[in-house]
Design a protein around this ligand. Structure first.
Ligand SMILES: [Zn+2]
Length: 433
């Protein structure tokens, strides 16, 4: 028998013996009874609500409803329900990097395979914290492993949130760790090293071909506080390089996020027309105005700065302590300037054992109402991801991504760190009694 014939027979045998049970023709109906339901878009609250879920979508939402006629009822009558949360800035392949040594250790001593195993735990944690969707903003030296994690989640192999991924990210020669090793020792880098407009276009094409949803660039480094209180930096890419990368990304109908912490990095990114500014510890008023006009999102990541500041200051970079204060002031100015602010935390830059919802109280501390903070992690983040028709609110036709918490997060935003019910696509992933 020819090899090809043997393979055909084996394939037939495999289908005959391992066939999955036939899918039921009717999708599963589940009914949630919520004591209260928050609509983030307008901040309104409904009471005694029945949410009917059919398959992975919401079929209808009824207030002051009586008994349900159909389906399995999940009793959340002592809970407040809200749409599944969205963290628009995560690193599932990173496990905390306060100092350069922490970072180098992960890239030098852990294989990508091992890091991916750790990441399966990160995505499970994200989901259990109530984040049913994440935008993972680069793998920090783990190549395209985020594309595989996303695929495994979508195929139901491992539990995790919906993902949009950025794969490798880009920075220029000499700007991104690992740095400081002898020139004759080849070391890995946490990004794809890219120089020149043509190099940028080629990297965009390559990353998209391997599954990148987003392109990410690092636009600045080496931060220092000027006497006039402005946080200055060394820009990485030239404006020409950034413009080429942005153009190539948009030409292929993808979006681009820019890590930009200070004056020039933010300004160049806004000039080049990126879709989101990440971190933005300092943003000049003129750039905030331009962001509001152009519809560029601000993803502030307030908590991670506090988390890493002590360690980095102890290692000699005292500027990180000043950056916390400047960040809070910038956030306040951005709220007042009407910039679209999407929730993002940089978790992975801090330990995955910490619930990223710790970001919410800081957003309220620096000028948002609790309703605005919830909107940033639902409707606004869904728009940033271009998924506003599927995510970000609890309404007929949307994905059944629903979380619930005891008490009222509009009164106490800190409660979002105690999510005890999580549904994603109609499946229950967490239910604490
Ligand atoms: Zn980050």
């Amino acid at each position: 028998m020819k090899i090809s014939s043997i393979l055909t027979v084996l394939a037939l045998l495999a289908t005959a013996t391992c066939q999955e049970p036939a899918k039921p023709s009717q999708p599963v109906i589940r009914v949630l009874r919520c004591g209260a339901l928050i609509h983030p878009a307008n901040g309104q609250v409904q009471h005694n609500v029945l949410i009917t879920v059919e398959g992975d979508r919401i079929r209808d939402v009824r207030e002051n409803a009586g008994a349900s006629s159909a389906g399995q009822v999940i009793d959340l009558s002592d809970h407040t329900c809200l749409p599944g949360l969205i963290d628009a800035h995560t690193h599932v392949l990173l496990q905390g990097d306060i100092t350069a040594a922490d970072y180098d250790e992960q890239l030098l001593k852990q294989s990508v395979a091992y890091r991916t195993i750790l990441a399966t735990r990160s995505v499970k944690r994200a989901l259990e914290y109530g984040f049913t969707t994440i935008r993972d903003l680069e793998t920090e030296g783990a190549g395209y492993a985020d594309v595989d994690l996303k695929r495994a989640i979508n195929r139901g192999i491992i539990p995790g949130p919906r993902m949009q991924v950025a794969t490798r990210a880009m920075d220029v020669t000499g700007a991104y760790p690992l740095l400081g090793y002898a020139p004759e020792v080849p070391v890995p880098h946490g990004v794809q090293v890219v120089d020149g407009p043509d190099g940028g276009r080629k990297a965009v094409r390559e990353q998209i071909s391997y599954g990148a949803d987003w392109i990410k660039v690092y636009s600045d480094r080496s931060y220092f506080l000027r006497q006039d209180g402005v946080l200055d930096d060394v820009p990485t890419f030239t404006l020409d390089e950034l413009r080429a990368i942005v153009d190539e990304t948009h030409r292929q109908r993808h979006k681009i996020a820019s890590h930009a912490i200070a004056l020039n990095g933010v300004h160049n990114s806004v000039e080049a027309g990126v879709d989101s500014i990440e971190h933005g510890n300092y943003i000049a008023d003129a750039d905030l105005k331009a962001m509001a006009q152009k519809g560029i999102y601000y993803v502030p990541t307030l908590y991670v700065g506090e988390y890493v500041a002590q360690g980095r200051a102890a290692a000699g970079a005292r500027v990180w302590m000043d950056m916390i204060k400047i960040h809070g002031e910038t956030f306040h100015r951005a709220v007042n300037a009407g910039v679209k602010i999407a929730f993002g935390t940089d978790v992975g830059g801090f330990d995955w054992g910490i619930d990223p919802a710790i970001e919410f109280p800081l957003m309220v501390k620096y000028g948002m109402t609790p309703a605005q903070a919830i909107r940033s992690a639902t409707t606004t983040a869904a728009e940033l991801l271009g998924m506003q028709n599927d995510l970000g609110s609890i309404a007929a036709g949307k994905f059944a991504d629903i979380v619930a918490v005891k008490g009222d997060p509009l009164n106490d935003i800190g409660l979002l760190q105690q999510i005890d019910f999580v549904m994603k696509g109609g499946e229950v992933y967490k239910q604490t009694r």
